[in-house]
Design a binder for this molecule. Structure first.
Ligand SMILES: [Zn+2]
Length: 118
């Protein structure tokens, strides 16, 4: 296992987690993911295994829609999406690989999840 660290663009939202070497990414075609365009990890992180450090108590914004079973977070300063809690595995996190330090998403093999059809 390797420790990965990441942040939003301005650094107000930081996070870290342990994970096997990341070699694959995931995109999704649902209404929010297609707009966001992020390459996400194809793994989920249990609630207690994601360490989140916020500059301020209100650094993390929450956006929900539909039945609100998924929780989409964003930095309230720079607007970047660092991670969300999935609806498929409630409370589990999926991260934006583009936010990881010293990590390139170019060259990853990227699966596309058909979230649109759910
Ligand atoms: Zn930020």
């Amino acid at each position: 296992m390797k420790t990965y660290r990441g942040s939003c663009h301005c650094g107000d939202v930081k996070f870290s987690f342990k994970q096997d070497e990341i070699t694959e990414g995931l995109r999704c075609n649902c209404s929010i993911c297609k707009r966001r365009g992020a390459i996400m990890g194809n793994f989920v992180i249990p609630p207690n295994d994601l360490t989140i450090n916020l500059k301020n108590d209100d650094s993390l914004g929450l956006y929900e829609f539909g039945d609100k079973s998924a929780h989409h977070y964003f930095c309230t300063n720079c607007g970047i999406y660092p991670f969300h809690q999935t609806f498929r595995m409630p409370d589990h996190y999926r991260v934006n690989l583009g936010c990881l330090d010293d990590f390139e998403t170019d060259g990853l093999s990227v699966d596309v999840f058909d979230g649109k059809s759910l």
